[in-house]
Design a binder for this molecule. Structure first.
Ligand SMILES: [Zn+2]
Length: 428
């Protein structure tokens, strides 16, 4: 095998909630909580309901103009409501505009959500009427997202000369959802490299990484399409930025010291609110560990892309099926090249992991012994592919994703225990 020590992200992808499903909330107040209690509240004024309504309406109009400005490429319009007295803020907002334009947005809508209580530092700086609010950004990346997805921002405004002016874009970050204001366009200037159905976003200074990753990623898409026998258009955004906090992902997993995650497939949901999944899974991003972005190769991406290709089917597939399928497709794709073999991996599974196999690997197995869990899960799926063929394997997986492990016996004639026993003696 090419990369005997490679560790995979699947568990993490799931643990992070079928990616995004479980929210890691930043800040001590919780995701939607305002900065309460510790504020020297005396300075802030409480607006009347009528004032609140008028304020919300005015800011929504302002935000709508900013969305239109992005879609039309009108930088002046986008900056119209940004405080001109703050060069650093203007620079950040200009960069945001520049970056957003590179993604190819087919739709974009900003609007206010819950208002935060006054943020002490901002009230001191900008006065008692400072209005801090969560802003939802609902958008669709052209050719990538089948429908709009969303993320959030924390913006603060003050009334000035009869209108509202944006005076701060980051003081409320800790009250946002985990990836709020941590999108790939929120850091340095980017380049978006498109190749076939794939888009890769990298730092502009590292454009060559983008070209390389895009080549590798489009090959990975073809490998997945070869072994995953259901329609998949291969549309995915791969994020390979240098900053650790892009998409707010953690790069270790497991118990004890854990292990390093090379990349993650992050699922996006129909109506995700504050990081909480609502509705169906509708698409994914692949986020590459910044430490490994220069060394990324195809087999790792094949594993993650298998997660992407299957993410929209449903969330109920057991973890052995999720990771086993991704490993199955990865191993098959390695051996599609006659110069490579996964024999050492195969040998390790047979000699070290199968003797210990009693039940199908579950979340605990993945947390406590990731190597064994991935290897064994791969072998379960190898067994199933051998028994059913790839087409029926895809049908079985789809049923598992939609209905959970309870369909196993109906679909394969085997209980989980019988499947584990059969896998144990399967020679491959
Ligand atoms: Zn995985």
């Amino acid at each position: 095998m090419k990369y005997p020590k490679r560790l995979y992200a699947g568990v993490a992808a799931l643990a992070l909630a079928a990616s995004g499903a479980v929210v890691v909330v930043r800040g001590r107040h919780g995701g939607d909580a305002p900065p309460a209690g510790d504020a020297p509240a005396a300075v802030a004024v409480t607006p009347t309901v009528a004032q609140e309504t008028a304020r919300k309406k005015a800011v929504d109009v302002l935000l709508a103009a900013r969305s239109t400005a992005v879609l039309k490429g009108d930088l002046k319009g986008f900056l119209a409501a940004v405080d001109p007295k703050q060069p650093a803020l203007v620079a950040r907002q200009t960069l945001l505009f520049t970056n957003l334009r590179k993604f190819g947005l087919s739709s974009l809508k900003y609007y206010t959500a819950d208002a935060f209580r006054p943020i002490p530092g901002l009230v001191d700086k900008f006065g008692a009427a400072t209005f801090s609010t969560r802003v939802m950004m609902r958008y669709q990346l052209s050719g990538l997202d089948p429908q709009p997805v969303q993320t959030d921002l924390g913006y603060s405004f003050v009334p000035r000369s009869g209108g509202w002016v944006l005076v701060d874009d980051s003081a409320a970050d800790e009250y946002l959802s985990a990836d709020g204001h941590h999108q790939p366009w929120d850091f340095s200037e980017v380049v978006v490299v498109r190749r076939g159905s794939v888009a890769v976003v990298v730092d502009k200074k590292e454009a060559s990484i983008g070209t390389k990753v895009a080549q590798v990623a489009s090959k990975a898409v073809k490998s997945v399409q070869k072994h995953w026998k259901r329609p998949w258009n291969g549309a995915v955004l791969v994020v390979a930025m240098p900053q650790n906090s892009v998409m707010s992902t953690l790069w270790t997993s497991g118990s004890g010291e854990g292990w390093t995650i090379a990349a993650k497939a992050v699922t996006l949901f129909e109506g995700e609110q504050m990081g909480q999944p609502i509705g169906r899974p509708i698409g994914s991003r692949i986020v590459v560990n910044p430490a490994l972005r220069k060394k990324l190769d195809k087999d790792l991406l094949v594993h993650e892309m298998t997660h992407v290709a299957t993410a929209t089917l449903g969330l109920k597939a057991p973890i052995w099926a999720v990771e086993g399928l991704a490993e199955y497709v990865r191993c098959r794709s390695i051996e599609d090249d006659p110069h490579w073999s996964v024999d050492p991996y195969r040998k390790r599974v047979r000699s070290q992991y199968l003797p210990k196999l009693k039940t199908l690997p579950d979340r605990t197995t993945f947390d406590t012994n990731a190597d064994q869990a991935y290897g064994t899960s791969w072998w379960v799926v190898e067994y199933l592919a051998n028994k059913l063929g790839e087409k029926k394997l895809a049908t079985l997986y789809t049923d598992l994703a939609q209905h959970g492990q309870s369909v196993l016996q109906k679909d394969t004639g085997q209980t989980p225990t019988q499947l584990a026993t059969a896998t144990k003696t399967f020679k491959g």
